[in-house]
Design a protein around this ligand. Structure first.
Ligand SMILES: O=C1O[C@H](COP(=O)(O)O)[C@@H](O)[C@H](O)[C@H]1O
Length: 236
């Protein structure tokens, strides 16, 4: 397995870049780090809170977690965004995570917190803001990167209200146009962030990010910095 590490600072964000040379290598490294973060959190605080990325990139990592050994009873699962579609729609991030992983492990049902995106952007965002309001600093936030540089449902050219924990999204350039997202501030309130970035389609966004262009991914700025796990993009 190859993991070449470089660190760069973009505005307030410190990013550590990890390059893997196969899909298997990035998946295994991500799973190892997630399980280690869970163990550390459970030993220190008796619980582990993780915020999941949606989209296609994390699916194979979630598939491996399904067969992992972990103290699932201590896991508390949240989502960084979801699409305003019926609960059983194939494009719901919550459905993907449940089908591939969460329905197959022993996390208590009341510790899996889907975004109620089926209520629509305004009501769903209000409800999810209330869900995360009482939650302390997350332990681990997983994030993806869109080809246009978006992360969660923070899209280029959009303005979002960082005073809110979760906010409604309209006119998203990637369908569906209506979504709900945690805010950049809430996503940054975490002990650790891991971005998963795979495929040549993400090259331009990665180049922009590393060259200091202010794409949405650069606004995620926890005190501990962010780790970006990559496969299939060049780190120029
Ligand atoms: O729409 C979304 O896109 C991003 C990236 O998705 P990917 O399919 O390119 O991995 C994802 O992180 C976000 O959660 C999702 O809603």
């Amino acid at each position: 397995m190859q993991n070449q590490l470089q660190a760069i600072i973009v505005s307030k964000q410190t990013s550590r870049w990890h390059r893997f040379d196969s899909q298997q290598a990035i998946n295994e490294a991500a799973v190892q780090r997630i399980l280690a973060a869970a163990q550390e959190a459970i030993s220190a605080r008796g619980r582990f809170s993780i915020v999941l990325a949606g989209g296609g990139t994390p699916k194979s990592v979630y598939g491996l977690l399904r067969n992992a050994q972990a103290d699932w009873s201590k896991w508390h699962v949240y989502h960084n965004d979801d699409r305003c579609l019926p609960v059983d729609h194939v494009d719901r991030n919550s459905l993907m995570a449940r089908e591939v992983w969460l329905n197959h492990v022993a996390i208590p049902a009341n510790q899996v917190h889907d975004i109620p995106a089926e209520l629509g952007p305004v009501e769903g965002a209000k409800a999810y803001a209330a869900t995360v309001a009482g939650i302390d600093t997350f332990d681990l936030v997983l994030l993806g990167l869109g080809e246009d540089g978006h992360t969660a449902s923070l899209f280029p050219g959009h303005v979002w209200d960082d005073s809110l924990d979760a906010f409604p999204v309209f006119n998203a350039p990637k369908p569906p146009s209506e979504r709900i997202s945690l805010s950049a501030r809430r996503l940054s309130d975490t002990r650790e962030v891991m971005f998963l970035v795979t495929g040549a389609g993400k090259q331009e966004a990665v180049d922009n990010w590393r060259n200091g262009v202010a794409i949405p991914a650069t606004v995620i700025a926890p005190a501990t910095g962010v780790d970006v796990y990559t496969f299939g993009v060049e780190l120029k």
